[in-house]
Design a protein around this ligand. Structure first.
Ligand code: C2O
Length: 538
């Protein structure tokens, strides 16, 4: 195994998109940021120097960080932020993971422009469970704002109004030909070759459909776990999800658009119905008059049936080791609601309220003086409580017509404590207090099995019978279906404090999060390593 050293300089960089130039926060001046390439078993050492004006942290999304929670990155959860002018070195080893992951800032909305791919190849001497493709292309789907994302965040938080819609979607940082100021990324391919597309939804707030004109896509991996291969023309990725597909360059040599646009499951929320494109260009078609590339047909923005059919096909390649006896049976509601506020510009919800999002009616508040992990490790009292409820405080028809008055979120820094090694099941239930919609829920420090999902209210007696305990997919982010539920299972074998949250940043800012405290087990291999000497102070 190798150790890879990298330096990330977080800085302000002028970028021109949609014919306008303004400063954005980048890593090493790049958008997307640098692609990291490692092998399973390697160690990464990334020194981050913050040369920007904002606090920052970097999260290695999907990396398990076994016993190294100090390198996980969410601000005030596993570390205090890296202040302007300061440095922090993230050091971690990749244990038994292969595929496409990514890294992003985990500090307010900085991940809008601070993100990049993290590719984990199989160990030397081993290979993929499918024929090795000739070429591979990382494809990062993102969003672009004509304003600085921090001011966009401020507006969302202060007004508590509807989510801010970005000015464009992007593929590898470029909006593409269908927006003003053309300029799409081009990917040259050779006729007859098979190409591995490593697709990452790095968008802040949007589920996205993805398709390539005239080409079928064979899904082989999702969230850095191999899947039973299946062929489709359209993918759907929730924010933070990754999907690897094989593409055969077997069409008439020419130019073909790959394109992404919104899957918007929420009813009455504003969204951007524009399309980002890049061009798949057969090398043999390069000479001669450039013809207009063919556009793929993408599903309608509200085509939930296509999403359901796609998701149902994602399975592990063979029988997996799903926990069957459960020690912790948890039921978390997820959704948006309103809290009262003193009249003023912040209160733009109905009747002097503003948005708050919650799990089990608790809207998550980050500490400010230290991180949760430091508080746990150093026994600092008064930073958090461990009374996060295992079930909702009241039962109601979660996805039906419910009155808003029923559910006023409360603020709290509440953790749920798990014994090392306990077998956990979590039912995630969408609610309709404001509107139902898909929520991409991400668990730090773990991979989990998605054993079931469905619409309406979860009903243990009826739905448990339909669980897939044979070959469910392994993921780090589950897109809980609109007006429905999903059930995940995992073994709490990684000690530390691990955030569990919606990966739509608007919802995260409104508190749609909680954290698990997984207690140390017995012995060195079951305990959190000591904090690194350069861990930033608050
Ligand atoms: Cu990519 Cu806390 O998330």
């Amino acid at each position: 195994a190798e150790t890879h050293h990298h330096k990330f300089v977080v800085q302000e960089t002028p970028m021109t998109r949609l014919c306008k130039t303004h400063n954005i926060i980048t890593v090493n001046g790049q958008l997307p940021g640098p692609t990291l390439k490692v092998r399973n078993g390697d160690t990464l050492v990334v020194k981050v120097l913050n040369s920007a004006r904002y606090n920052v942290t970097i999260h290695w999304h999907g990396i398990r960080q076994m016993r190294t929670p100090w390198a996980d990155g969410p601000e005030y959860v596993t570390q205090c932020p890296i202040k302007p002018g300061a440095t922090y070195t993230y050091r971690f080893t990749i244990e038994n993971q292969e595929g496409t992951l990514w890294w992003h800032a985990h500090s307010r909305w900085l991940r809008a422009t601070v993100y990049g791919a993290l590719i984990i190849y199989p160990k030397l001497g081993t290979t993929y469970p499918f024929p090795k493709p000739k070429h591979e292309i990382p494809i990062l789907l993102g969003e672009w704002w004509n304003r600085d994302p921090i001011s966009v965040l401020r507006q969302a938080l202060f007004t508590g109004a509807a989510p801010n819609v970005s000015d464009a979607y992007t593929i590898n940082g470029q909006p593409g030909d269908l927006y003003p100021c053309k300029g799409a990324v081009r990917f040259p391919v050779k006729s007859g070759e098979t190409i591995l597309l490593r697709i990452i939804n790095a968008a802040l707030n949007q589920q996205l459909f993805f398709s390539v004109a005239n080409h079928r896509l064979t899904v082989v991996e999702a969230d850095a776990a191999y899947t039973k291969p299946f062929t489709t023309s359209t993918l759907m990725l929730g924010p933070a999800q990754t999907t690897n597909v094989l593409l055969m360059a077997d069409q008439t040599p020419g130019r073909y658009y790959m394109a992404a646009r919104a899957y918007a499951s929420a009813q009455n929320a504003p969204f951007d119905n524009t399309t980002t494109t890049a061009i798949l260009e057969y090398k043999s078609a390069r000479k001669g008059a450039p013809s207009r590339p063919t556009l793929p047909r993408l599903p309608a923005y509200n085509d939930t049936a296509t999403v359901r059919a796609f998701t149902a096909q994602i399975k592990s390649p063979s029988k997996v080791d799903v926990p069957t006896k459960i020690d912790e049976n948890l039921f978390f509601t997820i959704g948006l609601g309103f809290v009262n506020c003193t009249p003023g510009p912040r209160c733009q919800g109905p009747n002097n309220t503003r948005f708050a999002a919650s799990m089990n009616n608790i809207s998550f508040v980050l500490p400010r003086k230290t991180s949760l992990l430091q508080a746990y490790y150093q026994n600092i009292p008064g930073v958090f409580t461990t009374d996060f409820p295992a079930v909702p405080p009241i039962k109601f028809n979660y996805t039906g017509n419910v009155s808003r008055g029923l559910w006023q979120p409360r603020f709290g820094t509440k953790l749920y404590k798990l014994k090392f090694g306990s077998r956990v099941q979590i039912v995630l239930q969408d609610t309709a207090i404001f509107t139902t919609e898909d929520h991409p829920i991400h668990l730090h420090g773990y991979h989990f099995y998605v054993v079931g999902q469905g619409t309406g209210n979860f009903n243990a007696r009826r739905d448990t019978a339909s669980f897939n305990l044979i070959d469910p997919p392994q993921r780090n982010t589950i897109d809980v279906p609109v007006g429905g539920w999903a059930v995940i299972r995992f073994v709490a074998d990684n000690p530390g404090v691990w955030m569990f949250h919606c990966h739509i940043d608007t919802h995260l800012s409104w508190g749609l999060a909680m954290s698990f405290l997984v207690e140390n087990g017995v012995g060195k291999l079951q305990s959190v390593e000591p904090p690194p000497a350069d861990l930033p102070p608050c």
